[in-house]
Design a binder for this molecule. Structure first.
Ligand code: SAM
Length: 268
């Protein structure tokens, strides 16, 4: 038995290792890594995707939290000149230390589901470095990211991800592709940071604040949920009907509300 199979998957690290060769191949084809590209893999695990990424000739950095996986990864890949391993927490990793040119970094990962949302927000705080991202996530998280206004999936995650990126839900993956199988369905998503933001806010922190407040009580009207931040008149002046619920508003309308708040804060 090889060391690879002796490693017991750890729940606390969200370890569900991909073993379906067809799924691995489909993911690698979607990513389509090429020689010389700068790539970052989050959570390589036992190297299911790593092998194919290295084979493309791309320059690959990997960040893995589980110390026990380090010797397994090094045994397989340390002799490849295009491989660099960083043991540590991707949530705390400073991506600027990789020295990738702006807009060049391609990020991939079959992410531990418990950290996927904070990790994506951490990556988006360095969006200017990133060319694209391909992630395996819980299917319902991908549905929320890709959702449009008007339905129950449209919320804080959809708005903040779509503020920064174009979102493509590529395909779904069933639990049988993993060992051990997770209890939920998964999906592959492609996120491509906008080179020019389609709806830039004057201060994106105010956008985050407005969106968080609005969706804290998604069944209430905006006039009600935003009253600590904006008067009914200010909401109307932003071209938004205050009697609507947050899920009825598109990204552009949320940005107008955030800019109205910016004007107010600036005036105080
Ligand atoms: N890429 C492998 C695959 O597809 O088989 C493993 C995927 S597994 C779902 C998630 C991986 O992320 C595990 O190897 C786990 O140890 C690692 N991980 C968990 N939390 C992490 C963190 N905060 N930073 C970096 N890696 C982490």
């Amino acid at each position: 038995m090889t060391e690879q199979y002796q490693h017991r998957a750890r729940k606390r690290f969200g370890q569900n290792f991909l073993h379906d060769a067809g799924v691995i191949d489909r993911i690698l084809r979607s990513i389509h890594a090429r020689e010389g590209e700068r790539m970052l893999e989050i959570g390589p695990g036992q190297g299911a995707l790593t092998e194919g990424l290295l084979g493309s000739g791309a320059q690959l950095d990997v960040v893995e939290l589980d110390k026990d996986l380090v010797p397994i990864l090094n045994r397989q890949f340390a002799d490849r000149s295009n491989f660099s391993l960083h043991q540590g927490d991707a949530l705390k990793f400073d991506f600027t230390t990789l020295g990738a040119a702006p807009g060049s970094l391609r990020v991939v990962g079959n992410l531990p589901y418990n950290i996927s949302t904070p990790l994506i927000f951490h990556l988006l705080s360095n969006a200017e470095l990133i060319r694209d991202m391909h992630f395996m996530l819980q299917k319902e998280v991908v549905e929320r990211m890709a959702a449009g206004p008007g339905g129950g999936d449209w919320g804080r995650l959809s708005i903040m991800v779509q503020y920064h990126c174009r979102v493509e839900h590529l395909f779904n993956v069933g639990p049988g592709a993993f060992n051990p199988p997770p209890k939920v369905d998964s999906a592959i998503v492609r996120l491509v940071p906008h080179t020019t933001l389609p709806h830039p806010a004057k201060d994106h922190r105010l956008l985050e604040r407005i969106v968080r407040e609005a969706f804290n009580q998604r069944r209430k009207t905006l006039r009600n949920t935003l009253k600590a931040l904006l008067t009914s008149e200010a909401i109307e002046a932003a071209g938004v009907d205050g009697s609507k619920r947050p899920e009825q508003l598109d990204l552009a309308a949320f940005v107008r509300l955030a800019d109205k708040l910016f004007e107010q804060t600036g005036a105080n």
